[in-house]
Design a protein around this ligand. Structure first.
Ligand SMILES: Cc1cc2nc3c(=O)[nH]c(=O)nc-3n(C[C@H](O)[C@H](O)[C@H](O)COP(=O)(O)OP(=O)(O)OC[C@H]3O[C@@H](n4cnc5c(N)ncnc54)[C@H](O)[C@@H]3O)c2cc1C
Length: 423
């Protein structure tokens, strides 16, 4: 009988999973697999990833299936299992990162039929190309126009039955503790998505930049691990009122950076748009930035949110990134690496794409633009509630002093003077 391995990577769900659905529809046996590769440690994301795998295993078991877990090199372990179960095909979701694509190339070199499916983004990278030529869009607005008009595939239901052959060793999942701030997995993702659609989306257009209001979906870690389908999310949001398009536009940003990373796989290492900019080497400034001790409260609040929660509000990400590259003059790669280590949603396309945007080496059409952190704080944290939440040294001060403590006649105990002149 035909047997297909479904290799899960960063698509840890059963709903709207084209590779899993196609394997189940083929009529043969299906072997869902995840390989924990010690060479690709998940760092701070480990607890979240293991939650996702435990949840996926439960979902597959409730559909008469299972998730096989192996440890080692993904390609070697997949091929070892392929020989064991006599698989004739490997089904997987297509990826964009250098690592993901080298895995796909290595698999394609093996004696097995490898089939790649969409699912990582709403619109697959490379599906839309500019009329003027090129394999991807370099500028967001025309991409957004083309993306909004494009025809999409239909969202797929979860398969009712996943026919896994009997007698296979499932393999243990390591013991773990969940991430303290957010439980991983498709069940938690779908619950959050449903809550967001009914209660959160309303007001997103006006509230998404309000730092203290925390009015964004926090779905990014779930999108990062594919616990929720971006296509299903976009379809849901578009079915609602006008203002929901602000949210859909954010999903388009995600697709935009994924098609850039697909076309420019060195996005996390090389400048997308090489320039002549020279970066400063300043270990002291970088460690103050990482610790949230720059003396600029809005920057420190963002960096401390990252340390405490493994997540940071988008507006704060823009402010702290701009501060590092444009005020401290430090190479964007140092900031991107720190974000990538700590963010639950850390992924190559979105992280490096946004960092390069802020550094003026990426897809921005106004590369020389610099943000003023004081004005940003006045506008997006007027009551200083965000600053007070994450910087306890400033919690007892009136809003203006918490935002701009250098105005006070005395130093705030335990809080540094600004690293660079502000205003
Ligand atoms: C310097 C910097 C680094 C970033 N690094 C990452 C990263 O590693 N991983 C990541 O997922 N996002 C990254 N972002 C984008 C954005 O900050 C997060 O996606 C967003 O804050 C996640 O919160 P949310 O799910 O509540 O977003 P919402 O506002 O609810 O938006 C919904 C979804 O849209 C997508 N989205 C929103 N804004 C962006 C954006 N600017 N670029 C791409 N996709 C977006 C995300 O998938 C997000 O989950 C970065 C932004 C900056 C400025």
């Amino acid at each position: 009988m035909d047997t297909a391995i479904v290799l899960f990577t960063r698509d840890l769900r059963v709903h709207d999973h084209p590779a899993l659905s196609a394997a189940c529809e083929r009529g043969g046996r299906v072997v869902p697999l995840f390989v924990l590769d010690p060479e690709v440690p998940a760092g701070h994301r480990t607890g979240f990833l293991l939650d996702c795998l435990a949840d996926l295993r439960e979902s597959l078991r409730s559909r008469h299936g299972d998730l096989l877990v192996r440890r080692g090199d993904v390609v070697a372990e997949t091929m070892r299992l392929a020989r064991e179960v006599e698989a004739d095909a490997i089904y997987a979701s297509a990826d964009v990162s250098e690592l993901g694509r080298s895995r796909e190339r290595r698999l394609a070199g093996e004696r097995v039929d490898v089939r790649l499916f969409p699912g990582l983004t709403v619109v697959p990278p490379g599906a839309l190309t500019p009329s003027g030529g090129g394999d991807h869009y370099r500028v967001f607005t025309p991409y957004w126009r083309a993306w909004s008009r494009s025809r999409r595939r239909a969202v797929l239901p979860a398969p009712a039955r996943v026919p896994v052959p009997s007698g296979l060793v499932a393999g243990d999942l390591p013991d773990h503790s969940s991430h303290p701030a957010l439980e991983g997995g498709e069940s938690a993702a779908r619950a959050r998505m449903n809550r967001w659609m009914t209660r959160g989306l309303d007001g997103y257009a006006d509230g998404h930049d309000d730092l203290a209001g925390d009015r964004t979906s926090r779905l990014s870690p779930y999108l990062r691990f594919g616990c929720v389908s971006p296509l299903e999310l976009a379809d849901h949001a578009e079915a609602g009122a006008d203002e929901e398009h602000t949210f859909v536009r954010q999903l388009c940003w995600r697709d935009f950076f994924h098609q850039v990373a697909w076309a420019f796989p060195r996005i996390n290492r090389d400048d997308y748009r090489p320039g002549s900019r020279r970066w400063r080497d300043d270990a002291h400034a970088v460690s103050a930035w990482k610790e949230g001790m720059t003396g600029v409260p809005i920057v420190d609040a963002g960096m401390r949110q990252l340390l405490a929660e493994g997540w940071m509000h988008n507006r704060a990400r823009m402010i702290v990134a701009d501060y590092l590259v444009n005020h401290l003059g430090v190479d964007w790669r140092a900031g991107a690496a720190h974000f990538f280590d700590l963010l639950l949603d850390g992924d190559v396309a979105n992280n490096s794409g946004n960092w390069q945007w802020m550094a003026g080496t990426g897809n921005s059409t106004r590369p020389g633009r610099v943000l003023n952190p004081v004005r940003q704080a006045r506008r997006f944290d007027p009551g200083a509630a965000y600053i007070r939440r994450y910087v306890p040294e400033l919690a007892g001060l009136p809003a203006i002093d918490a935002r701009e403590p250098w105005r006070l006649s005395k130093e705030v105990p335990g809080y540094p003077a600004p690293l660079t002149p502000v205003e």
